[in-house]
Design a protein. Structure first.
Length: 263
């Protein structure tokens, strides 16, 4: 058993060496959104992706993160709160009128000049070369969810400061996911395994990852080759049933099409 644990530790140290630079780069393009809560205190509100398509800048996220809260949602840049401005387009609300029933659940904000300049002071935009449409899911390949769970964002004691700690979760596609049962389409949606159990170099024993509530709007990245990564989806929700414990993401193809239709 001790030898098995040491092997797991060595494998995880190797993974860290291989994956860390790409994960670090993915976090540079991932936004943590905030809103004032019922007590008028700053609280995390979800994640988003900073994109550059041709000569314009965009933020892509889950619609339930921003669509109905557009004027109340902001990004923290150093000590400044920036409410993002621009043209907002969201997936159509379902007949129920509830975002909870939106199975596409995507919002795209085409940023105005002021907002784009503000984000560029802290974030690195994802270029088209890092986006992969028509991606063929592979059960033997490496995928990561990269974002900011609510449980990893906290107020710094005795300081007027909010600290957000990103979290990455390595996973694989669930090829057998029952899309129809949960109201999704496999043409627009990706399902990825999420049992919350992880190992790492410091703790090689299987243990639970942080609660990923708040990860909505973050990216699903496909790692390939020695140092390549491609954005293939945007996380929108979690399915947590006995036979299906998955992260659900809308394919990046949907995002790209929405952006094309905005121009």
């Amino acid at each position: 058993m001790a030898n098995d644990i040491e092997i797991i530790s060595k494998v995880n140290r190797l993974k860290n060496k291989l994956f860390y630079p790409r994960l670090h780069d993915a976090f540079r393009s991932t936004i943590c959104f905030f809103r004032d809560d019922e007590k008028k205190l700053v609280a995390p509100a979800g994640s988003g992706l900073f994109l550059k398509i041709h000569d314009s800048y965009y933020v892509a996220t889950a619609a339930h993160v921003i669509a109905e809260h557009y004027n109340k949602t902001f990004v923290i840049l150093d000590d400044k709160e920036l409410v993002l401005g621009g043209r907002l387009v969201s997936s159509e609300l379902p007949i129920s009128g509830s975002r909870d029933d939106d199975k596409i659940d995507i919002s795209i904000l085409k940023l105005d000049t002021t907002s784009a300049k503000g984000l560029l002071t802290r974030f690195k935009p994802i270029e088209l070369s890092e986006i992969q449409t028509d991606h063929n899911l592979n059960e033997t390949s490496t995928y990561f969810s990269v974002g900011y769970p609510l449980t990893r964002t906290e107020k710094i004691w005795q300081k007027n400061e909010i600290k957000s700690i990103g979290h990455s979760y390595q996973t694989v596609p669930n090829i057998n996911f029952n899309f129809d049962k949960f109201g999704f389409s496999n043409k627009s949606t990706i399902a990825l395994e999420y049992d919350q159990l992880v190992t790492n170099a410091k703790n090689p024993h299987p243990h639970y990852s942080p609660d990923l509530t708040g990860i909505s709007g973050s990216g699903i990245w496909y790692f390939t080759g020695i140092n390549l990564k491609h954005l293939v989806g945007v996380t929108i929700e979690r399915v947590n049933e006995v036979d299906f414990k998955c992260l659900i993401a809308t394919k990046i193809d949907v995002v790209v099409k929405m952006i094309e239709e905005m121009n």
